[in-house]
Design a protein around this ligand. Structure first.
Ligand code: M6R
Length: 622
């Protein structure tokens, strides 16, 4: 959602704020702004649209602004009020300046109160209102930190806030009241506050993740943490992030998304290495860790997730049920949250979230914790809310994912869930160790196969780009599949609509004739995922129905599946090496194909691939 960066220290603030905001652009935004402290007060430059607009404003501004050592910046993803310059942050109310991420739920009451006090808000935002609360508290004699603390009393909703005042130059206050906020000490003196560690990682790897209900005071001397309610000092330890700055550059690729698709072989190996104990002689040698211990007593698993993470869990359901033979349900966090779900004893709930910040997934885990249900997170971000609040965590080692479309985090989530399936199958003795040993051996081969598949001139890459070229005029896409290819079809359709804005639907192949087939005619492209697995024959028979209605069929299947290939107008073959793999592993090979299809289609359509419209990388509001 909104991105926040604050800086006070020895460097020129613009040199930290602008690159910091650029690192957060991937979160999605529609306006941006920065505030800089100069001798005569705090000046704001803001604009609707891209951050470049703010840079242009800055370039034409006084030298004193360029030289300022204290300031803050914001990229806004509109919630209350249109994406206009007036609604862009920072907001200035008297001598108080603030940026905000999240929602003030009782803003209407607050607005009435503010108007009664004689203030005249100039924006349509809920954020600006908070500034008046701070202003009034300071006018009554409180210092900035006290005023911010008092202003939070009676505020409803999850948010994070960064506040400065002209009356206290060189002080920046950050508050985490739900939405994520991090802080870091600048080794050159001073400190950074940000909504995301990526804004600080170029300066230090030691990141402080604020807890809910915590406040941080940043000055030239560093950071002081306080409890938001009591004002008492809190001792905090930083988390050392192992993310390298290289992973945050495009590395020669035209888009982050393409780079991240290509990183999949490496991140799968990294994820395996981080989770395994190779000295163990069991078929799925997961190293001893709290999350593994929680799995040992599980009699039923419930996955909760949103979007792509939900698709990863939905594929995992097939694996766990078939290998470990324990019941699994996969729930959309936004639905599960408000349902009276029945949770028998022995239930373990697994929240899957690459960001670890998705509001709905986090809320479910929090709620279940109060009900004493064991919770596990599968997260990519160390220090994220889910990673800290779940009872235990499996980390994916995908490194920072900048493209809004989840790609490498998706395949690393799949990997973790496959490891869970194999591990539980071994423990429950539901599948023989010989079969499991083969599953594991094959799993280890997957990164190598992917690496060949993703070679720049591989036949897969050529077939995908050729297929995209041949369907330029498509009016819509259906992705269909059965078994594990059904959630993969949902994922293919989500990727496509997310970044190319095409009309796209994912369907279980067997469901087509229950309604959606009415949509199929000339101009529609049906992408059929039919690798040679348990479900292939049934899917192919559904395909005949589609063919009869004139759609263009793009088949994805075993490279030597000539019968299927003959039925299709366009074709992408899975690599030969995939034929010997355990069938359950085929989703790993389908995944880069659907990702590349959507990528190349989006490039053809000229969309903003890494920052698609209306979307945010981490969805920290309901
Ligand atoms: O951070 P999370 O994995 O919890 O995010 C969940 C969804 O918002 C996310 O997967 C979204 O659907 C992606 N942008 C899809 O590419």
């Amino acid at each position: 959602m909104c991105g926040i960066v604050g800086y006070v220290g020895q460097r020129k603030a613009v040199d930290v704020l602008i690159p910091g905001l650029q690192r957060l652009e991937y979160r999605g935004y529609d306006s941006a702004g920065i505030a800089l402290q100069v001798e005569k007060g705090i000046e704001i430059k803001k604009s609707e649209g891209r951050l470049e607009n703010v840079e242009r404003l800055l370039n034409g501004s006084a030298e004193s602004l360029q030289k300022s050592h204290t300031g803050m910046g914001h990229t806004r993803w509109a919630t209350h009020g249109k994406p206009t310059t007036q609604n862009a942050h920072p907001h200035k109310t008297g001598h108080v300046v603030l940026v905000h991420n999240g929602i003030i739920e009782n803003y209407l009451d607050l607005k009435r109160d503010i108007l009664t006090r004689g203030h005249k808000p100039v924006s349509e935002t809920d954020s600006e209102l908070f500034g008046y609360l701070v202003l009034d508290e300071m006018d009554k004699g409180a210092n900035l930190a006290e005023a911010v603390r008092k202003s939070f009393v009676g505020l409803h909703g999850q948010c994070s806030m960064v506040v400065m005042s002209e009356k206290e130059p060189g002080v920046i206050i950050g508050v985490r009241n739900g939405s994520p906020l991090v802080a870091a000490v600048d080794p050159q003196g001073g400190a950074i506050i940000a909504s995301d560690a990526q804004a600080a990682i170029s300066y230090t790897k030691d990141i402080f993740f604020l807890d809910h209900g915590e406040m941080v005071i940043a000055t030239n001397k560093g950071l002081v943490f306080e409890d938001l309610k009591t004002g008492k000092t809190v001792k905090r330890e930083p988390v050392k992030l192992d993310w390298s700055v290289d992973k945050m550059n495009k590395g020669g690729f035209p888009h982050y998304m393409l780079k991240e698709i290509h990183e999949q072989p490496v991140v799968l190996v990294d994820t395996l290495n981080a989770l395994l104990d190779r000295n163990k002689h069991t078929p799925f040698p997961l190293s001893d860790q709290p999350a593994v211990r929680l799995l040992e007593n599980a009699r039923q698993l419930i996955f909760v997730a949103c979007g792509t993470s939900w698709h990863a869990a939905s594929i995992g359901k097939y694996w766990i049920e078939s290998l470990a033979k324990i019941p699994v349900s996969v729930e959309l966090a936004s639905e599960f949250r408000y349902r009276d779900a029945v949770l028998p004893s022995g239930t373990v709930v697994i929240g899957v979230s690459q960001s670890g910040e998705t509001a709905d997934t986090l809320a479910v885990l929090r709620d279940l914790k109060t009900k004493k249900i064991p919770t596990i997170g599968i997260c990519n971000v160390r220090g994220s809310s889910i990673s800290r609040e779940a009872d235990a965590v499996f980390y994916t080692s995908a490194g920072p994912e900048i493209g809004v479309a989840a790609t490498k985090t998706f395949s690393s989530q799949l990997l973790v869930i496959y490891l869970i399936a194999g591990y539980m199958a071994h423990k429950s003795r539901a599948t023989s160790d010989t079969t499991l040993a083969k599953c594991f051996e094959d799993l280890v081969k997957v990164p190598h196969i992917l690496s060949d598949m993703l070679e720049p001139d591989s036949s897969m890459v050529r077939q995908v780009t050729g297929a995209v070229d041949s369907v330029k005029d498509a009016k819509g896409f259906f992705f269909i599949g059965r078994g594990t290819s059904f959630p993969m079809a949902l994922e293919g359709a989500l990727k496509l609509k997310e970044i190319s804005y095409d009309y796209a639907e994912g369907y279980a192949a067997g469901e087509l004739k229950h309604g959606p087939i009415a949509m199929i005619d000339l101009g529609m492209v049906v992408v059929v995922l039919a690798p040679k697995d348990l479900w292939r024959d049934k899917t192919v028979s559904n395909l005949e129905e589609v063919k009869a209605r004139g759609a263009t069929i793009l088949g994805i299947g075993d490279t030597e599946d000539h019968d299927l290939k003959t039925l299709c107008d366009l074709w992408v073959g899975l690599p030969k090496e995939g034929r010997a793999l355990e069938k359950g592993l085929l989703p790993f090979l389908l995944s880069p194909i659907v990702q590349l299809l959507s990528y190349h289609r989006a490039v053809y359509r000229g969309t903003d691939v890494d920052k698609p419209r209306n979307l945010a990388k981490s969805v920290t509001v309901e």
